[in-house]
Design a protein around this ligand. Structure first.
Ligand code: AMP
Ligand code: ZN
Length: 467
């Protein structure tokens, strides 16, 4: 298996620390709003990485955090707390916000057939861990107290910029957004480990600590959760490219200063999904969610396929036109697979081993998912029996997770079902009222979303349009 490592800036062979075992950490969502389809692209790519490793025989232990405190509106350590802003926006407590958006996130990943990480840990459940690490960093003179906050001292490291070519001048990302420079810092690159004082809106959630009532910085959360559950040595750490700096750079700094040895071997970063207007931004509030795609009649797995068609290290531009094309291709693929004969025949062993090898080769080549899909299409055209094809499709779907063999793969999920049933009710009322214009309008509205309704003696039935 070869994978691009941001640390070495090379595609390199993957070698795990322990044989056949991979410890993998993936940065989780900040739960102040719905995940947007850009965030979800990253989780899909991470899922493909995990499943590829499993496919080639590794046992993957994966951990993900839920950021429910401490992520400020800037990725540095300035700005307001995202959770607090959400609680004001929605007139709910921070806890209610976190619970609600954690649940919607878990539902989203389920709909996309993303395997739920075995360990999911909330930032607010690990306060003792942060205190333990920060205490040691202070003892070892890698951190200092200033103006009520604890800062990591980046000048104590030989090389802080291990992941990027950033220079200190580029660092003022937070300052650029909020035009505020933290004068407590000894070095511009220093970052907050623990806040007791913030220049911004006061934080709702606070905990006792040796440095006063306060709350952790965002970066320490992932480091502490990773070390708590996966230990001192980590194989792979993932996130999207925006995490490279400062988040992951700071994670390496504090972990290695704490552990006194190298912490993580492979840093895998996923490129962004943008829409036509550019970057999709959760904090600016305008973005596409999986629910919005579903309500437009798209199968979530058509979106998964849309992501798999491109390489995770290439930016991907989202448009409904492009998704329409993928949705059609997905339906065509399912129909083709459905038409294969199910009767048991002899497995064509040569084809099985050739195709497993080709499929592995594609994924082992820095997760070349689009080539893995080509292997699937080639298989469908192959001169062999259908039973062998179905056998291989089942294997491939362990990684692709497109429900290629599900009996009813035009399955209608519960939200879409509710929506359709509501529309049918409205149409029946319109018909009773002899408002045929409205009834037709509702029928057409559904048809635009690929939903065909038919009036039968038993009532109105519906189905998702095929090709
Ligand atoms: P957040 O919930 O904002 O903490 O982000 C969750 C994950 O999504 C992180 O790994 C981010 O780096 C990633 N991410 C944010 N925006 C995008 C985007 N437009 N495309 C892909 N991944 C993204
Ligand atoms: Zn993280």
């Amino acid at each position: 298996m070869k994978i691009y490592n941001t640390l070495t800036k090379k595609v390199e062979p993957f070698v795990s620390i322990e044989p056949n075992k991979v410890k993998m950490y993936t940065c989780g969502p900040t739960v102040y709003n719905y995940a947007h389809i850009g965030n979800l692209r990253t989780y899909i790519s991470e899922d493909v990485l995990q499943k590829t490793l499993e496919f080639i025989g590794y046992d993957v232990e994966r951990c993900m955090n839920i950021t429910d405190v401490g992520h400020l509106t800037s990725d540095g350590d300035t700005g307001d707390d995202k959770m607090k802003l959400a609680s004001e926006r929605e007139n709910k407590t921070v806890l209610e916000i976190a619970d609600y958006y954690t649940q919607t996130f878990l539902k989203d990943i389920e709909k996309l057939n993303i395997k739920k990480p075995a360990i999911i840990s909330k930032a607010t459940d690990n306060i003792d861990e942060y205190i333990k690490i920060i205490t040691k960093l202070l003892e070892n003179d890698k951190a200092y107290l200033a103006g009520g906050n604890v800062y990591f001292d980046t000048s104590k490291l030989n090389d802080y910029y291990v992941l990027t070519n950033h220079k200190t001048d580029d660092l003022l990302i937070g300052a650029r957004e909020s035009v505020l420079i933290d004068n407590n810092k000894k070095n511009q690159a220093d970052f907050v480990l623990w806040f007791t004082k913030s220049k911004f809106t006061d934080q709702e959630q606070k905990w006792e600590s040796p440095w006063g009532l306060g709350y952790p910085g965002w970066h320490i959360e992932c480091s502490a959760i990773s070390m708590k559950y996966l230990g001192e040595y980590l194989d792979i750490h993932c996130g999207a490219v925006d995490n490279i700096f400062p988040h992951h750079t700071n994670e390496i700094a504090q972990c290695e200063a704490y552990l006194n040895h190298k912490w993580c071997n492979y840093w895998v970063h996923m490129e962004f999904l943008n829409d036509i207007t550019g970057k999709m931004s959760k904090s600016k509030g305008e973005f596409l969610t999986l629910e919005s795609l579903i309500s437009k009649g798209y199968n979530p797995l058509a979106y998964r396929l849309f992501c798999l068609q491109s390489h995770y290290r290439k930016q991907l531009e989202f448009s409904f036109e492009a998704l329409d094309n993928t949705a059609k291709a997905y339906q065509k693929l399912l129909n083709k697979i459905k038409s294969l004969k199910k009767e048991e025949e002899n497995l064509d062993q040569k084809i099985v081993s050739d195709y497993i090898q080709k499929f592995k080769n594609a994924l082992e080549d820095d997760l070349n998912t689009s080539y893995a899909l080509t292997v699937l299409y080639d298989l469908l055209k192959e001169n062999t029996n259908d039973f062998t094809k179905l056998y291989l499709i089942k294997q491939f779907d362990q990684v692709l997770s497109l429900d290629l063999l599900k009996e009813k793969n035009t399955e209608i999920n519960s939200e879409l079902k509710d929506y359709i049933e509501q529309k049918i009710k409205e149409r029946n009322i319109a018909k009773q009222d002899k408002n045929y214009e409205l009834a037709d309008q509702i029928r057409n509205e559904l048809l635009e979303k690929n939903i065909i309704i038919k009036d039968t003696r038993q009532g109105t039935i519906y189905e998702i349009k095929g090709e």
